[in-house]
Design a protein around this ligand. Structure first.
Ligand SMILES: O=C1O[C@H](COP(=O)(O)O)[C@@H](O)[C@H](O)[C@H]1O
Length: 241
């Protein structure tokens, strides 16, 4: 695991925008298409916005990238809480990614049907590949959840399915999420975490005993791929390393 610590969210977003742009260029020297699973929530907004500006906008060949999502809040696309909507508004529409390169988790059908459909899209997409995504970008909630893998829920124990849907009582909404097995087959996983509110959780996730029931972010351990944490000083403040 590699830890990258920045002063604040702005510096972290700049470091990560440069890192991702270089990584995409490197990977695309050896293959025609780059696959990227996006995260939702508030943390990646500054990164997505930065990627629409120079030099990154020009460094990235957007037509050669296929976008997927790590998880989705099963609310209509028009709803501000919809993760795909946030990525369209801050990144995809701004740089003009071709619609055939964008693979959303549907929220206009039953969540279980949307999860089954996404699972079959992914199985088909990656059937000839040794790894799954070239990049999975993840956030971490203050409670240690990542994707929609929340503490104490059965979905954290999933060993086979790549995509699951379930009702999240605490937020009174369905969630659709990738599971740990498919993310752990990615070539590279990058977490972003910022702010004091995540400091103690980050310490437990990175330096604490393994307890994925309590800290589902610990489930993410790519089998062959790289794992990076991009954090700011506030989030890193409780770490001993
Ligand atoms: O609900 C979600 O939360 C996590 C973390 O969000 P953040 O606002 O603390 O950055 C996010 O990664 C996930 O995609 C989202 O659905």
């Amino acid at each position: 695991m590699e830890l990258h610590i920045a002063k604040n969210t702005q510096e972290l977003s700049e470091n990560l925008a440069a890192w991702i742009s270089n990584y995409i260029q490197e990977v695309l020297q050896d293959q025609p298409i780059f696959t990227w699973a996006l995260s939702g929530g508030s943390t990646p907004k500054a990164l997505y916005t930065l990627l629409t500006k120079e030099p990154y906008r020009l460094m990235i060949p957007w037509e050669r990238i296929h976008f997927f999502w790590g998880d989705e809040r099963a609310v209509p696309f028009e709803d501000e809480r919809n993760n795909a909507r946030m990525a369209y508004d801050t990144l995809l529409d701004v740089v003009g990614v071709p619609s055939e390169n964008i693979h959303v988790m549907r929220t206009d059908i039953e969540p279980e049907a949307a999860a089954a459909e996404y699972e079959s899209i992914l199985r088909q997409y990656f059937k000839k590949e040794e790894t799954t995504f070239d990049l999975v970008l993840l956030g971490m909630g203050d409670d240690g959840h990542t994707l929609s893998l929340f503490p104490g829920l059965p979905v954290v124990h999933e060993k086979k399915a790549w995509v699951k849907a379930f009702f999240l009582k605490a937020q009174d909404m369905f969630r659709i999420t990738l599971t740990a097995p498919v993310v752990n087959e990615a070539a590279c996983v990058v977490f972003m975490a910022t702010g004091n509110g995540k400091a103690l959780t980050l310490k437990s996730v990175i330096e604490g005993d393994f307890d994925a029931e309590k800290f589902p972010s610990q489930l993410i351990r790519p089998q062959e791929g790289e794992l990076h944490w991009f954090v700011d000083e506030a989030a890193a403040s409780a770490l001993e390393m």
